[in-house]
Design a protein around this ligand. Structure first.
Ligand code: F6P
Length: 340
């Protein structure tokens, strides 16, 4: 068995732990393992490296991905899927483990019609993939945000300011909701609910009336905030999967809040710090379990599936359902509202 492994889409903490576990399990089974660099790009123009028991030593705690990543979509290239399969054959790959989010796993699923035998490992800090209770990388991202919030709270309290913390989350507010609750935010804003700027300002003013001049707002980058003219903050570049490049909503929000409440307002955009951190223990254990389970699926000849966490157990599910978005549990926001 010659097994390929690739990582695609945005990186997150724990990818290297998956690679390490998968390579070690595969080696135990006597498989030969080939790392494919830069996601699907490494199968459009073959770019590989051998992976061995020893070559993955020391990467468990490392953020990022030693295989590099890209947001390349073979289905956006003329003859892309056919070229990928031609290269899969010329590289002698019998199966592939794809570590990625909805886009990377979506490509793996579509390529089954071209003969690809793939097992998916769900990865994203956004935690918005169906079939798995948590994606690895999410816990690390939340912890990074929580630690930043703790630090921001002291300076915000001292200066009696409104502090706005922007976290990643294009379409999903999971990171904002968890980080907001863990950090004791007074307002949590997510893409799943239109932002009512009047309500946000009312929280700030109501706290002020109670003599509490510090307000902490956590906002997901994808939250929809409108300008005074009613225009949504303009979207910038779009990637090959059609996703906008976001980041910076906190600036517009801060301007509006300060203008309407006359409270001094500061902001921080945590952005990629959420993705690049050292994985937490939770993510290391989850990644390790998923990496092992993915190779076990290959060994059993089960393809077009994903491995996933359900409760405390690692399970498998169809790739097709795993790439569907997992809705944010809006009850989390209700918890947040108790602490305004
Ligand atoms: O991978 C998902 C994500 O972390 C989103 O939350 C965010 O909008 C996006 O990646 C940013 O991606 P990039 O690094 O390509 O700008």
């Amino acid at each position: 068995m010659r097994l390929g492994i690739l990582t695609g889409g945005g990186d997150c903490a724990g990818i290297n732990a998956v690679i390490r576990a998968a390579v070690r399990r595969a080696t135990d089974y006597g498989f030969e393992v080939v790392g494919i660099r830069r996601g699907w790009a490494g199968l459009l123009e073959p770019d590989t490296l051998p992976l061995s028991y020893d070559s993955v030593a020391g990467i468990l705690s490392l953020g990022g991905t030693v295989l590099l990543t890209s947001r390349t979509n073979p289905f956006k290239r003329e003859g892309g899927p056919e070229l990928v399969m031609k290269n899969v054959q010329s590289l002698g790959l019998d199966a592939l483990i794809a570590i990625g989010g909805e886009d990377t796993l979506g490509v793996a699923h579509k390529l089954r019609n071209y003969g690809l035998k793939a097992v998916g490992v769900p990865k994203t800090i956004d935690n918005n993939l169906s079939e798995t209770d948590f994606t690895f990388g999410f816990d690390t991202a939340v912890n990074v945000a929580m630690n930043a919030i703790d630090e921001i709270r002291t300076t915000g309290t001292s200066h009696e300011r409104v502090m706005i913390v922007e976290v990643m989350g294009r379409d999903a507010g999971w990171v904002a909701a968890y980080a907001g609750i863990a950090g004791g935010a007074h307002v949590i804003l997510v893409p799943e609910q239109a932002v009512d700027i009047d309500k946000v300002c009312e929280v700030v003013l109501a706290r002020g009336r109670e003599g509490k001049n510090f307000t902490l707002i956590v906002v997901a980058e994808g939250a929809e905030v409108k300008s005074p003219e009613g225009q949504t903050l303009s979207l910038r570049r779009v990637d090959e999967f059609g996703h906008p490049e976001l980041g910076g909503i906190a600036h517009l929000l801060a301007e509006e809040v300060e203008k309407r409440t006359h409270r001094e307002t500061r902001l921080i955009v945590l952005g990629h710090t959420l993705r690049g951190a050292t994985p937490t223990a939770f993510d290391r254990v989850l990644s390790t379990r998923l990496g092992i389970a993915a190779v076990d699926m290959v060994k059993q000849g089960k393809f077009d599936v994903t491995v996933a966490l359900r409760g405390t157990q690692i399970v498998t599910a169809d790739l097709e359902s795993a790439i569907k978005p997992k809705e944010l549990d809006l009850n989390l926001l209700k918890i947040g509202q108790i602490f305004t």
